[in-house]
Design a protein around this ligand. Sequence first.
Ligand code: IPD
Ligand code: CA
Ligand code: CA
Length: 262
Amino acid sequence: MIRSAIVTVMEQAARKAGRTLVRDFGEVENLQVSLKGPANFVSAADRRAEDILHAELSKARKDFSFLMEERGEVAGKDSSNVWVVDPLDGTTNFLHGIPLFAISIAHVKDGEPQAGLVYNPVTDELFVAERGKGAFLHNRRLRVAARKTLADCVVTCGIPHRGRGDLAQFRRELTVVQEQVAGVRRTGAAALDLAWVAAGRFDAFWERNLSPWDMAAGMVLIREAGGYVTDADGGDNILDTGSIVAGNEDIQRSLLALLKAA
Ligand code: IPD
Ligand code: CA
Ligand code: CA
């Protein structure tokens, strides 16, 4: 893949922040045995990664605005170009020493994601896509899986926890989905779920109550890998509603129909 200037900027920022996350992750593994646990340390690691991403991305594009999980909205001179960033997606995994987490960076222009990067610094897998230019894992072009029937599919999802989200609705959805598919998974990192759908590892993904920084990068990856993404009503308001349903054209349609019927 020939990387455009903006993707190169995203990649360099992600790799730099990824190095500190990996170092901190090593420390978290040690802290599991301490009584207090690693919670405060992980919040600091999260902020450290975000500081690096903010510094690197603003150095490269001085006027762009930001939407970051920890900082929130940071207005720049240019309000139409926004970096949408989750410095650590999969915090609970990170906290528990589970190596399934990622940095997610999207370039969003006038509300539309243009480029997306999802990077797991532990496995060093860097998923990147740019509108009209394809989706890649390193130099390999990504395609969503081609399966046509739900019965053959592995579907990943998010599970509401600790009073967040609508657990009753999720249970209804899970009941109908699990009766139809080959397997259901829950990784705990929505950005990685989307990247793995783009890579054809998962056939589909659905989740509600997500934030733009969980989804914006993954949306570009899925679309550029030939897949489909809508919100839970089948519309385009993914970033506003926080709901997302992703897969190839047929599976996305079938999954959406099941969820609507649940
Ligand atoms: C979370 C993860 C998780 C999803 C949650 C998100 P965080 O992000 O993506 O998979 O189910 O809703 O908030 O807190 O680890 O950045
Ligand atoms: Ca996060
Ligand atoms: Ca997140």
